[in-house]
Design a protein around this ligand. Structure first.
Ligand SMILES: Nc1ncnc2c1ncn2[C@@H]1O[C@H](COP(=O)(O)OP(=O)(O)OP(=O)(O)O)[C@@H](O)[C@H]1O
Ligand SMILES: [Mg+2]
Length: 234
């Protein structure tokens, strides 16, 4: 269970996240809202990239935000980026080895963890390809594979479906829905693709101007009039 309490982030006069309070229990939870609503800011607040002025994120009785960003990662917080963070001159395997380094994974566990992540995301054939040669889908899968290293407990996916074809989205759906069973991590997923959110997220939270305007079972939330007005109608 992830308890977000009063989480607030300000950038100068902009309140990017406004006293967000939310209790997340489902295995895969959606986070939607219009452009600029604060979705990426929430993932940044979790992972230590946003200036938090108030609030807590409590997981299993522990305030995650009390840990340094590095310790959060070692504890089991992983995230992907809306704009993929793939270096042109590093191979897919290099990227995964770098995560092993950052998380202090023991040498004897590295190969099996890297292979597991590559096989699960279907990019084992790309292990030795440099980032520059990957297509957008392979880059997105590499971002997800990076999140699977080191026994993740919470994975934040920021628009994992961005730029993917419909066939690729089907693979993405299958992958996201199997992460909990195969790796044990709870997923919070940001995306603008309502079909993807409907298919994989048991519950969904909706932000608008940094405020929570709806939260509950995804199908109910997507029918909510305030949500349609704020998001779907625009
Ligand atoms: N580093 C920053 N410095 C200043 N303002 C920022 C910064 N990051 C985000 N903001 C502002 O905070 C608000 C929330 O931005 P955020 O990126 O979280 O939105 P989002 O919901 O992820 O939008 P999108 O769907 O376009 O990705 C916006 O008004 C944005 O301009
Ligand atoms: Mg964003």
């Amino acid at each position: 269970m992830i308890n977000i309490e009063n989480l607030t982030v300000k950038y100068g006069g902009v309140i990017a996240l406004d006293h967000l309070t939310l209790c997340i229990t489902d295995d895969v939870v959606g986070l939607i809202g219009p452009n600029g609503a604060g979705k990426t800011t929430m993932t940044n607040a979790f992972s230590g990239f946003a200036p938090i002025t108030a609030g807590h994120v409590v997981v299993d009785g522990m305030n995650l935000l009390a840990l340094s960003p590095h310790k959060r990662a070692c504890w089991g917080l992983a995230r992907s980026f809306q704009k993929v963070q793939i270096a042109d001159d590093l191979t897919v395997a290099d990227h995964l080895r770098a995560v092993c380094d950052a998380k202090g994974i023991r040498q004897r566990d590295r190969t099996s963890q890297i292979n597991h992540a590559l096989d699960f995301t279907g990019i084992a054939d790309c292990a030795d390809m440099p980032g520059a040669d990957l297509n957008p889908y392979q880059k997105r899968m590499t971002e997800i594979a990076k999140c699977l290293i080191g026994a993740p407990r919470i994975i934040l996916l920021d628009e994992p479906g961005g730029g993917l074809s419909e066939a690729e989205m089907q693979d993405l759906r299958r992958i996201i829905t199997q992460i909990k069973a195969r790796f044990g991590a709870q997923i919070i997923m940001v995306d603008h693709d309502v079909d993807l959110i409907r298919d994989v997220c048991a519950s969904t939270a909706v932000l608008d101007f940094g405020k929570l305007i709806a939260f509950g079972p995804t199908r109910e939330v997507l029918q909510d009039e305030a949500v349609k007005t704020a998001y779907l109608g625009r």
